[in-house]
Write a protein that binds this ligand. Structure first.
Ligand code: CP
Ligand code: NVA
Length: 299
């Protein structure tokens, strides 16, 4: 029997597998690999896009999604995370988890007899990155050769995107304040994935000739206590029309959402002609379907 495959970060796939997932994501009628089976979706923190895109992807694959809040099952309070996963695996063909601490999703994967998909942790958001690569491919015909500039925080979203971009042959450049940049372990992982993470002090330099300008909130879920210092540190990193003017002709703007208009991006950019945020949100569902078709088609 083949070992169970999990997706905790994009590089749990090989570059060829990522490419296969992106192809499956574009397949409108994939085989119903979840027919008569369920997928448990466990959320320790709020979600709009991830919950709905995952639930609909499961339905499109013939399955039945069951979403539940962390508090409902009492992770490590009512029962250990390990026993919750062993229990859910009695009923479900796969398990998705959105957690505060990445080590929790690692603990879940370590004992799970069915695939575990990271639906966002403090470290990684692989489903977002896969959806974003799909959006880039739709817009530019391919991801390879595109220059993706991320302006903001070296967080879960930018980390997964930098890894996925490298695997898909895109150039990735990051601009954010000192103290909120990738650490050496991140840079080594990006490099191992075949990517680069050029760091530009000046956002203008990062965005120059970029095909994609991407940002995310400055204060992620679970970091609310850091809000005052982060607001101060990120002043000057707002993506506005003046910054977008430095990007390549035909450049697009992406944001994983939810957004704080006026902070990380102005409303003119978020809702302007270069923005593809709704296409990007829709692609979360196609990417989730492609990934699940890949993971479950293997078992
Ligand atoms: N982008 C994203 O993951 O959105 P949600 O937090 O609403 O799921
Ligand atoms: N970095 C954000 C992404 C939300 C989808 C957060 O973790 O809150």
């Amino acid at each position: 029997m083949r070992p169970v495959r999990h997706l905790l970060e994009v590089d749990d796939l090989t570059a060829a597998e990522l490419s296969a997932v992106l192809e499956l994501a574009s397949e409108p009628s994939p085989s119903r690999v979840l027919e008569g089976r369920g997928m448990a979706l466990l959320f320790e923190k709020p979600s709009a896009r991830t919950r709905h895109s995952m639930e609909m992807a499961v339905v499109q694959l013939g399955g039945h999604p069951v979403s539940l809040a962390g508090g409902e099952v009492g992770i490590d309070r009512r029962e250990s995370a390990e026993d919750i996963i062993r229990t859910l695996a009695c009923y479900h063909a796969a398990i998705g988890a959105r957690v505060f601490d990445h080590s929790l999703v690692e603990r879940m994967a370590a004992v799970s007899p069915v695939p575990v998909v990271n639906m966002l942790s403090d470290q990684a958001h692989p489903l977002q990155a896969i959806g974003d690569l799909l959006t880039v491919a739709q817009e530019f015909g391919q991801v390879s050769g595109c220059r993706i500039a991320f302006v903001g925080d070296a967080n879960n979203v930018s980390r997964s995107l930098s890894i996925g971009a490298g695997m898909a042959g895109a150039e990735f450049v990051f601009s954010g304040p000192v103290g909120y940049r990738f650490n050496n372990a991140d840079l080594e992982r990006i490099s191992a994935a075949g990517g680069t993470a050029e760091v530009a002090d000046d956002p203008v330099q990062a965005v120059a000739d970029a095909h994609v300008v991407y940002t995310d909130v400055w204060v992620s879920m679970g970091e609310e206590d850091q809000a005052p210092e982060k607001m101060e540190a990120f002043a000057g990193y707002t993506v506005d029309e003046a910054l977008m003017a430095h990007a390549a002709p035909g450049a697009i703007f992406l944001h994983c959402l939810p957004a704080r208009p006026g902070l990380e991006a102005t409303p003119e950019v978020l809702y302007g002609p270069q923005s593809r945020i709704w296409q990007q949100a829709e692609n979360r569902m196609h990417a989730a379907r492609g990934l699940l078709a890949f993971l479950l088609g293997m078992t």
